[in-house]
Design a protein around this ligand. Structure first.
Ligand code: ING
Length: 309
């Protein structure tokens, strides 16, 4: 299948006291709307089921284990899986994963129209810090509550195309996109929760932040000739603002759908995956043009090493 109607289901703020069931009901309402519009695949945001709790500091991390899912699917999300299967709709969403071994990950999954979990991804690039930093106006403690992902960036064939995932900060790192691109990815789903207030520099405004978000997704899609759905959990959460700007981007890097508000909102686009072929066979024909003998530092060196003089 080369054509598919795809959607991003932007989710407005989730408050601390909102239950999983209340959130899933909001997700299903968007899925119902998507079904009305003939959508075959829908993407939900990062950490869709809970508020963005890494804005809060807690001494004992176990006190935050209630924000995590210990099995997937589970009773809370089962209605979403059932509705998707009824509609024959594939989907992806992010949640916080607590493994039987006691490890905590920021995770997302791709589910087939039959309700099978085909791929699980654990967020690689965790922004922020692990300890409380008093000089910050806003804490961003993902490094405190999650381990760096151990899955790497993988793809899966589903619904006739090659699908992959990133999560939030991953979209800012070209390596995330290129590893997926080297596997022939045609649709990258990226959920995000991006606070609007900056933690350190006061001069960064929301416009600048939004520009960097869109720049990252459009560049990643273009440079790997893939569609991308970047979908936000946004709006106000317990007095903290996260920006919206959910977009669907085509393989030429053009935004073809964009959310207008900061609440629950469906964005829809007609994807023709044959459009991925041109870029992959010309400008970004990796096999014909890449020179990996010169790229060694990308995978062998973590930080910057400047010349001595
Ligand atoms: N959030 C943010 C993101 O990468 C951030 C962190 C905000 C980075 C602003 C840079 C600038 O979109 C998450 N959850 O990764």
């Amino acid at each position: 299948m080369t054509k598919m109607t795809i959607a991003g289901a932007q989710i407005g703020g989730i408050q601390k006291d909102e239950t999983r069931e209340e959130v899933v009901a909001r997700m299903i309402a968007l899925m119902d709307d998507a079904h009305e519009k003939g959508v075959a695949f829908i993407a939900y945001p990062e950490m869709t089921l809970t508020t963005f709790f890494p804005r809060f500091y807690v001494e004992d991390r176990a006190d935050f284990d209630h924000w995590f899912e210990t099995e997937m699917p589970n009773a809370s999300v089962q209605p979403l899986f059932e509705r998707a299967r009824e509609y024959g709709m594939g989907f992806t969403f992010g949640y916080c994963e607590l493994t039987p071994e006691g490890e905590h990950f920021n995770t997302s999954i791709i589910v087939s129209p039959k309700g099978e979990i085909l791929l699980s991804y654990r967020k690689t690039h965790l922004p922020g810090h692990a300890e409380f930093e008093p000089e910050r106006t806003h804490q961003h403690l993902e490094k405190r509550y999650f381990l760096p992902g151990d899955t790497g960036f993988n793809v899966v064939r589903s619904q006739g195309i090659i699908m992959g995932m990133s999560i939030c900060n991953d979209r800012r790192w070209p390596e995330s996109w290129r590893v997926l691109g080297l596997q022939g990815v045609q649709l990258v789903s990226i959920g995000y929760n991006t606070p609007s207030q900056n933690n350190l520099s006061k001069d960064e405004g929301i416009e600048r932040r939004m520009y960097h978000h869109e720049l990252s997704v459009c560049a990643g899609a273009y440079q790997n000739s893939t569609y991308a759905i970047a979908v936000a959990k946004c709006g106000m959460e317990d007095g903290n603002h996260m920006f919206a700007g959910s977009i669907i981007v085509d393989p030429d890097g053009f935004v073809i759908a964009k959310a207008q508000g900061e609440g629950d909102e469906l964005i829809v686009a007609e994807a023709d995956f044959d459009k991925c072929t041109f870029g992959k066979s010309t400008v970004f024909n990796f096999d014909a043009h890449r020179r990996i003998e010169h790229y060694g530092l990308i995978a062998s060196q973590t930080g910057v090493k400047e010349p001595s003089e």
